[in-house]
Design a protein around this ligand. Structure first.
Ligand code: ACO
Length: 328
């Protein structure tokens, strides 16, 4: 079977920076509390006229700048991982498909919380390997600032906005070596947006109770996240017949630096082999892995022939890891 890999990448973060100092003026918090509990110093916030599809289009433009051979007209499929679509329907992927003139491409959204980007990579890779698609554009795009309760200090300090784009296509060598995907719906209520779906449609009651904002049981999510990140990384390696010494770089979902440190500790990985940029973006959900991967490549931290695990965890609860051998 042919191999699939990431042929090109792009990312975008909105211009407006919201610092911890600015948050101190909004809710009862301190830079010291946020930094020591999460590692986050600032996050990006979309402009009032920017929705998730707008951020995704900017990420695709960045990809096209970095990879001038990119031809939207050659795309077979666009998958957009997002927990903050422009609207419940149509899919954000369809809006992007139109905006970038991907006239031949099918398009749909993937909902797997912060693991969405890894899920979408796995689906894209499977389609390319099977020969059902030649080129798939995988997007992770979030405007979490729109669903965060700016009166809830326990959650509003954690999240930010951003987008990433990856072109998945056949590769001669390297590419994806394995995927691990999982879900445990018994933890659904630990991280959710209670209203606005078919269970609790929008009503004066849901508005009054602030049920259209993200709710999170931070401690439970933390307890789930550390072993999920550790085990999915180990499994992705073992599925490919490899072990931790074969891993050059871990590119995890950027939720909280303490989660990343605890997982790295359990894996016995020094932090130099873990990409961390949560201090500048906060948690951007499905956008965080491509944002971190683009930075790592720009810094020369991942080179041809090296192996990286891209690992996510989040609402569902879900988890996933992709082992990739870099080929450019
Ligand atoms: N500023 C100051 N104090 C605060 C703040 C704040 N922003 N937020 C909470 N506190 C207070 C609480 O009220 C509580 O006070 P109390 O003891 O008087 O009741 C105290 O700080 C401790 O609160 P905890 O929630 O127990 O704090 P904890 O140490 O667990 O840290 C945190 C909270 C950072 C949210 C942590 O649980 C965590 O990181 N969880 C994982 C969250 C996460 O990353 N979620 C997303 C992952 S999945 C995805 O990306 C969708």
């Amino acid at each position: 079977m042919r191999r699939a890999g990431i042929a090109a990448l792009g990312a975008y973060a909105p211009a407006h920076i919201l610092s911890n100092a600015a948050l101190e003026r909004l809710v009862d918090t301190t830079d010291q509390w946020i930094t020591s509990r999460t590692g986050i110093k600032e996050r990006r916030i979309a402009a009032s006229d920017e929705a998730s599809s707008d951020l995704a289009v900017q990420a695709v433009r960045d990809l096209a700048r970095r990879f001038p051979q990119f031809d939207p007209g050659a795309l077979d499929l666009i998958l957009c991982a997002t927990a903050t679509p422009d609207t419940l329907f149509p899919a954000t992927a369809s809006l992007v498909q139109h905006r970038v003139s991907a006239t031949r491409a099918a398009a749909c959204d993937i909902g797997a919380g912060c693991t969405g980007f890894v899920y979408a990579l796995a689906l894209a890779s499977g389609m390319v390997q099977a020969g059902s698609a030649q080129q798939v554009l995988v997007l992770g795009a979030e405007t979490l600032s729109r669903i965060v309760d700016w009166q809830d200090r326990a959650t509003c300090v954690l999240f930010g906005d951003g987008a990433g784009a990856a072109l998945v296509a056949p590769v001669e060598r390297g590419g994806f070596l394995s995927f691990v995907l999982g879900s445990d719906g018994s933890g659904a209520s630990d991280l959710c947006l209670p209203a606005g779906g078919s269970r609790q449609p929008a009503s004066p009651h849901t508005l009054q109770e602030r049920l259209h904002y993200l709710r999170m049981n931070g401690r439970e999510v933390f307890k789930f996240a550390v072993p999920a990140l550790e085990q999915s990384t180990r499994q992705a390696l073992s599925h490919a017949g490899l072990a931790l010494p074969d891993l050059d770089l871990l590119v995890p979902h950027q939720a909280n630096v303490r989660i990343l440190q605890a997982a790295a500790d359990r894996l016995g990985l020094p932090m130099e082999r873990v990409v961390v940029n949560v201090e500048r973006y906060g948690n951007t959900s499905s956008a965080s892995i491509p944002l971190a991967l683009v930075e790592a490549l720009d810094q020369g931290r991942l080179k041809s022939g090296q192996r990286a695990v891209l690992a996510g965890f989040g609402a569902g609860l879900t988890w996933g890891a992709a082992l990739v051998e870099w080929s450019w």
